[in-house]
Design a protein around this ligand. Structure first.
Ligand code: AP5
Ligand code: MG
Ligand code: ZN
Length: 221
């Protein structure tokens, strides 16, 4: 299945993509995670993207699109993928259409995680991420068993540089101006499904799995 997870910063895209990826084996592809890794490694890509991420702005399209084009043509994407955080504007959505058309493939579904904007700041500001394995926690909603330590690998938990309140606010504005119009774009194509992200993680996963079953049935028809 070829899927896009759409939603504002802090909606739970990454949390749910990790869970579904583990269950289905579909690769979880997040440009945000790839960029953060590049910044940490100090690579050319990292140097190109850092200033934009720190300001809460989108990385230039040419950079992001080429990263995604390279990634989704890897052999592990043969059975599909979960794109988490791409596309994020109209130009990227049109480029993804072109990539699919060139390969003779369909995008099967776009899951839109709906969360009221006013709770999103708390989600991001309280987020903690494992430096070792990248697992995501929340100080209130999804705390690790032992404070500051990853349940999965024992690594130290850190705060993302762009999770400061001012930067989160800017990311939310970028979402509203540039990404939200994609809801209409994919609605018109008939592949958008809405899932409420404003409920406990397990309840979101349950609704998401029901939505994915619906997409599977549509593919089989
Ligand atoms: P990116 O890393 O994608 O950040 P984002 O879209 O802002 O999304 P987040 O990762 O903040 O949220 P999420 O929906 O994954 O939520 P999570 O599951 O972690 O992008 C970062 C930057 O990279 C961008 O600003 C941009 O600069 C650049 N970039 C990335 N993609 C780009 C693109 N396509 N084009 C250009 N630039 C790009 O959950 C959030 C928190 O809430 C966690 O603490 C979690 O534990 C908690 N939580 C999750 N689910 C629930 C729940 N149901 N109830 C309560 N708490 C929950
Ligand atoms: Mg994420
Ligand atoms: Zn870890």
């Amino acid at each position: 299945m070829r899927l896009v997870f759409l939603g504002p910063p802090g909606a739970g895209k990454g949390t749910q993509a990790d869970l579904i990826s583990e269950k289905t084996g579909l690769p979880h592809i997040s440009p945000g995670d790839m960029f953060r890794k590049a910044v940490k490694e100090g690579s050319d890509l990292g140097r190109k993207v850092k200033e934009f991420m720190d300001k809460g702005q989108l990385v230039p399209d040419n950079v992001t699109i080429s990263v995604i084009r390279d990634r989704i043509t890897q052999p592990d994407c043969g059975d599909g993928f979960i794109l988490d955080g791409f596309p994020r504007n109209l130009r990227q959505a049109e480029e993804l259409d072109d990539m699919m058309a060139e390969a003779g493939l369909d995008l099967h579904g776009v899951v839109n995680f709906e969360v009221p904007l006013d709770i999103l700041i708390g989600r991001s500001v309280g987020r903690r991420v494992c430096r070792g394995c990248g697992a995501t926690y929340h100080v209130e909603h999804n705390p690790p068993r032992s404070e500051g330590v990853c349940d999965a690998c024992g690594g130290p938990l850190t705060h993302r540089d762009d999770d400061r309140e001012e930067t989160v606010k800017r990311r939310l504005t970028v979402y509203t101006e540039q990404t939200e119009p994609l809801i209409e774009f994919y609605l018109r194509k008939g592949i958008l499904v809405n899932v409420s992200g404003d409920q406990p993680v397990v309840a979101v996963t349950r609704d998401l799995e029901a939505a994915l079953d619906g997409i599977k049935r549509k593919i089989a028809r």
